[in-house]
Design a protein around this ligand. Sequence first.
Ligand code: BG6
Length: 337
Amino acid sequence: KGGFEHFMLKEIYEQPKAMRDTMTGRLNAESKLITFPELNWTPDEMSDINKIFIVACGTAYHAGIVGKYYLEQLARVPVEVDIASEFRYRNPVLEPESMAVIISQSGETSDTLAALREAKRLGSRTLAVTNVVGSSIAREADQVVYTYAGPEIAVASTKAYTTQLLAMLMLAVYVGRLRGSLAEEKAEALATGLVSIPEQIHKMLEDVDQIKVFAREYGSSEDAFFLGRSLDYAVALEGALKLKEISYIHAEAYAAGELKHGTLALIVSGVPVIVLATQMDVYDKTVSNLQEVKAREAVVIAIGFEGDTSLGKYADHVIYIPKTDKYLAPLLAVLPL
Ligand code: BG6
């Protein structure tokens, strides 16, 4: 366990190295180019893709939801994300111009492997994103993008999830450039931002005392809610799953805008609500949702950028993460979660 109390803690602290290893050979820090030599795709091949289906289970599924935002916003490809156990039985409309992206840390999850086989049976191209070389999913997919997180022993995924996000972001930039739908300067800005991520993660992991305070204060809660919009919502899903898996607290993630359609009824005095507020294009709306739950006497822990001076006015606590591009924010916002 490398001197750590348990594997999960060891794997959380391996994330800077896992990120660097997953960028190696794909992100060139000098040229700011992101490529996948192992895929060697051409502009024509990529322009022919009319839809991407991302299929996975559990944490990998949540990484797929973040991947949807990346591919739709940066590569302008329509993306549908499916839970593997649903995909395999719903007779999905896949065509030769579709691409199925199968995400699986172990590369052995049976529903995900079955979904891969179903996508191939329907004639779709298949790409595996997996952390285990030579796994069944890696062997049976047409092509493979490996994450290099190293063995993940803990049942609850941490470094595999963050390297899956990294792989999906780099893929979106790669595909976006090939399809001509992503400007070179945006691609370079993202590459520049990615170079700093491992060190930013390292620094964040050095100071976790605030988290220990929250654990003591809210660890006995029965319920917890995670709210966010856009990419913050996608990350909130993983935050809720982590809390469920590790603490056995009933935790749910909601799109912050959906709160008023029912869930607000469950927000009673003292319920901890974690609000992610890194997506500045929907920031004001997220803050108004934060005020809604405060009005019902929830205890709000907000996740925001360093330098954000307004969150502290409304939230009971704020966990600050380094300011970064909105597409890179999930890589940092998930750490405290
Ligand atoms: C679950 C694990 O059993 O399977 C989760 O507890 C994981 O952490 C899920 O996300 C999917 O596993 P994999 O290996 O296909 O990513």
